[in-house]
Design a protein around this ligand. Structure first.
Ligand code: GAR
Length: 207
């Protein structure tokens, strides 16, 4: 059984999808053993409590710089023997040394089809605003390994979702969550924990 840490900054609907997948047996090769929030009072912490999972707060402003923050985070993860780090709406960019220390053990969910609408500044509703401004007819979600390039790591799973006439950033965000993110992220967690993901350069093979 792998130990999974989920890092959050907000509502935590993706975290909830992981808990639901554990509870229903879709995730059977790992367990979330800690939830770390960059924001005190994030509703995700309430979700952790309801699941009986430890929740801790690590605020960025409590640390001098990105490196100090990343070191504190790494210490919390190492103390708990974490095998997999899941970024589920975690809005903080981590230091390169952290990414190296957890190479191919950090996954992120992004609410667009990478390489569209990704990289610096593309997070949360901004992603959907940009997709609607471009007029794309399809968007979706991507789960990928995290490397030193923002949203540039090897892609694990993707799913397309229709954009509908009259969509607002909020309606598009919700549809992408329901149809793609909440399914892909638990699926990727199980694939990782079951040892079914092999990274070969930029390509992820599912065994
Ligand atoms: C999700 O849509 C996730 O894909 C996005 O933030 C939202 C968090 O929602 N992440 C990013 O934009 C990362 N670049 P949640 O807290 O309800 O899971």
């Amino acid at each position: 059984m792998k130990n999974v840490a989920v890092l959050v900054s907000g509502g935590g609907t993706n975290l909830q999808a992981i808990f639901d997948a554990e509870n229903s047996g879709i995730i059977k090769s790992g367990r979330v053993t800690v939830v770390i929030s960059s924001k005190p009072g994030a509703y995700a912490l309430e979700r952790a409590k309801n699941q009986g999972v430890e929740g801790i707060v690590l605020e960025r402003k409590a640390y001098a710089d990105r490196k100090a923050y990343s070191e504190a985070l790494a210490a919390e993860l190492e103390a708990r023997n974490i095998d997999l780090v899941v970024l589920a709406g975690f809005m903080i960019i981590l230091d390169e040394s952290f990414i190296k220390a957890f190479a191919n053990r950090i996954i992120n969910v992004h609410p667009a089809l990478i390489p569209s609408f990704c990289g610096d500044g593309y997070y949360g509703l901004h992603v959907h605003e940009a997709a609607l401004a471009k007029g794309v007819k399809i968007s979706g979600a991507t789960v990928h390994f995290v490397n030193e390039v923002c949203d540039g790591g090897p892609i694990i799973l993707q799913k397309a979702v229709d954009v509908v006439d009259g969509d607002t950033p909020e309606t598009l965000q919700r549809r992408i969550m329901e149809q793609a993110e909440w399914k892909l992220l638990p699926e990727a967690v199980e694939l990782f924990c079951a040892g079914r993901l092999a990274v070969d350069g930029n390509i992820v093979h599912i065994k």
